[in-house]
Design a protein around this ligand. Structure first.
Ligand code: NAD
Ligand code: TYD
Length: 334
């Protein structure tokens, strides 16, 4: 297939692009604004592939979207483009509203105009927190942060384009992803890099919040599956095989890096912090997908990747990320 992958310079979008180029005969055009989270370094092993091209621009800019469509003549749009960090959405929600609401709208209009299939990449956070049990696709939407609320708004807009205009659109909602190329503001890469550098490990509140972890290659494969086999207008959840409390994840990272338990630092809790996420993925499993990577094995591989790929994270850790870290955590990185 010829795909327009929006947000393909980020963590999961670049993982998906790599997978499509390696394992399928697809042609991929990436449209990405290159915010702090988007990096051309993420193309390092496929930048020269003749089936790949890159257009820099924002999804909220109709001219940028039109030029990416003209460049790649896609049959489908896969939209990963988003502001993705809950803590940043609490501090500065503006870009979350414009990228998720306006950006998704511009892409949907382009899909309608050009007769393209559309896949919206979404998150389990749209369902909010669940103490017991799991969320299914028909569970109520109760987002709690500006991040998840604006992602929910985007999902509803996508569904309205199916109901109103018959746009062949699908939504795939993933649980917490981890793996190589994840920006170190997120729990797992933040803890790995701080552990390797002897920095404190900032655990929010009691650290007993639970997340359902999915390896980014498994989520990328679920998205491919939904694109190929999903029914228009439907939502598909894709959760990982394992749920863990944050403290368990942090302790495991300490063991894998040889860091010290004394680095654990319980800091103030995140406002409105969701206690637990849990997803039922029966519907996408019925399409023939299942996650391949168990958390224990995937986490060990991820720690090894960060240890071996300082070229990737050193420019981040010595750049703007330092200022973000100081504002967020009230202390400097070592
Ligand atoms: P990321 O922050 O690593 O990457 C986001 C990418 O989008 C970056 O390349 C950035 O430059 C680009 N971008 C941001 N605003 C843009 C705009 N206006 N126009 C064009 N490009 C723009 O994020 P990620 O973790 O790879 O997440 C990708 C998608 O998956 C998001 O839609 C996110 O909501 C969803 N998701 C993420 C997770 C997770 O755990 N990371 C879980 C479930 C769903
Ligand atoms: P995060 O990676 O931000 O993903 P999300 O909030 O989208 O699930 O956080 C995962 C969990 O880790 C969440 O419960 C918040 C917690 N957390 C910390 O305890 N300390 C941190 O420094 C960060 C970034 C997250």
């Amino acid at each position: 297939m010829r795909l327009l992958v929006c947000g393909g310079a980020g963590f999961i979008g670049s993982t998906f692009t790599r997978q499509r180029l390696r394992e399928f005969a697809d042609e991929v055009t990436v449209l990405d604004k290159l915010t702090y989270a988007g990096r051309e370094e993420n193309f390092h092993d496929f930048a020269e592939d003749p089936r790949f091209r890159f257009v820099r621009g924002g999804i909220e800019d109709p001219a940028a979207v039109a030029s990416a469509i003209a460049a790649g003549a896609p049959e489908a749009i896969v939209n990963f483009a988003a502001e993705t960090h809950v803590d940043r959405s609490i501090a500065e929600p503006d870009a979350f509203v414009s990228t998720h609401a306006l950006g998704t709208y511009v892409l949907l209009e382009a899909a309608r105009e050009h007769g393209l299939r559309y896949l919206q990449v979404s998150t389990d956070e749209v369902y909010g927190s669940i103490e017991k049990g799991t969320f299914a696709e028909e569970s109520p939407l109760r987002p709690s942060s500006p991040y998840s609320a604006t992602k929910t708004g985007a999902d509803l807009l996508v569904q309205s384009y199916f109901h109103t205009y018959g746009l062949p659109a699908v939504i795939c909602r993933g649980s917490n992803n981890y793996g190589p190329y994840q920006y170190p503001e997120k729990l797992i890469p933040l803890m790995i890099l701080n552990a390797l550098h002897g920095d404190p490990l900032p655990v929010y509140g009691d650290g007993m919040q639970v997340r359902n972890w999915i390896h980014s290659t498994d989520f990328a494969r679920a998205i491919g599956h939904v694109l190929a086999h999903g029914a228009p207008g439907e939502v598909y959840n894709a959760g990982g095989p394992d749920e863990e409390a944050n403290m368990v994840v942090v302790r495991r990272i300490i063991e894998l890096t040889g860091a010290s338990e004394s680095q654990i630092d319980h800091v103030s809790d995140r406002p409105g912090h969701d206690r637990r996420y849990s997803l039922s993925s029966e519907k996408v499993r019925a399409l023939g997908w299942s996650p391949q990577v168990r958390f224990e094995e995937g986490l060990a591989e991820t720690v090894a990747w960060y240890r071996d790929n300082a070229w990737w994270w050193e420019p981040i850790r010595s750049g703007d990320y330092r200022g973000y870290y100081e504002r967020q955590y009230g202390r400097s990185l070592g």
